[in-house]
Design a protein around this ligand. Sequence first.
Ligand code: HEC
Ligand code: HEC
Ligand code: HEC
Length: 303
Amino acid sequence: MHSRAHATLTTARSEQIMRALGGGDAPKDARCTACHSPFQSLPAERLVSAPHAPTGVSCQNCHGAAESWLLAHTRTDYSHGDRVRAGMREMRLIYERANVCVACHQNVSEKLLAVGHPELIFELDGQTLAEPRHWIERRIYDGPKAWLVGQIVALREMVWKEQGDPSVTARFRQRRLALEWLLSPLAGIDDSLPEWSTTVGGLDAFARAVSILDWDDDLTADCFRRLARRHGEFLDRAVPQAQQARRAERLVLAIDRLAAATQSEEAKPAEASIKRLFAMAQSLPDFLPDVFARELEALAGRL
Ligand code: HEC
Ligand code: HEC
Ligand code: HEC
């Protein structure tokens, strides 16, 4: 999908987006290539060799400039540490990886959203699994930990954007509030974690601390319970329907990732329930908080 990212800029949908922006050539426009084909926006003098065919999102956009590691990266006698010392960016650590992916996968300008660019939702666990793996994960990969670190990093980016960008809309604020709502009860899952704070620095410290936790099944189960227990909050009439719909959107993604990590037989009967929750959160305008609350309560009872 990353190699296709440049070609996406040549589709009818991209042309439509450009027309709505008042014109321009998407495959060459830095407003698009910044994420879809970063080398297109680089001045030629910053490239070691002459520009080649458009690469979409390429090796170097994730791994860092290849000058120092290009020759060595296929050596079979090299360890991960050797490659990092040769200049490849450290991405085995889930916090570092989250920082690389989130740069393109969470915040997109309000202007682009207004003219039909899809909304972006960063979710590190699901997106890591969706990306065909070209590496061997030698250490244990903890899905739920990757999920949680990714969500905190996503919130950090949203808070950062909201502080610095006066153009953010009510829709953006709703999405940020929904993610904050989702994560706040998870702050107490381990005594070693710092106090929960929704400043950029506080969230960054929190993400780092979660990323070095020794994750185990009890932590996954604890997160699951803390989230499923929140059905009552969907009955709160003081919270507007649109805000509840945004909460549900994030909550079903979370429940899905946590359930995927739970191998136990007990989790099986929950599958149908999770599917129904997903379906209910599909369309924001049609979202019915009461019905969702009942299904979530039933799920909590099954766990
Ligand atoms: C330089 C920007 C950039 C970086 C860095 C990046 N991506 Fe992407 N990614 C994109 C773009 C742009 C697309 C959309 C491709 C298309 O359909 O045109 C995409 C698509 C995807 C998709 C398929 C669509 C989806 O959301 O399911 C997955 C999965 C994905 N990226 C995972 C990752 C992961 C995991 C990382 C970090 C290891 C990462 N990406 C880093 C830009 C980036
Ligand atoms: C902040 C990074 C970013 C910028 C800037 C950006 N995109 Fe995207 N775009 C993405 C990602 C990531 C996806 C994949 C979303 C997904 O599938 O989850 C995407 C998806 C798309 C899609 C839908 C692709 C599909 O297969 O459904 C189109 C079309 C598109 N972008 C066009 C553009 C155009 C045109 C511009 C410039 C005006 C642009 N994008 C700017 C990150 C970006
Ligand atoms: C979307 C981001 C992304 C892109 C694009 C990408 N990689 Fe990776 N790559 C990763 C991640 C994440 C890992 C796993 C973490 C790690 O091992 O560093 C990885 C691992 C690797 C490793 C193993 C490193 C180790 O630990 O020893 C090599 C080698 C590698 N990639 C080479 C490439 C090459 C060559 C390309 C281009 C053809 C490429 N990657 C494109 C994200 C990416």
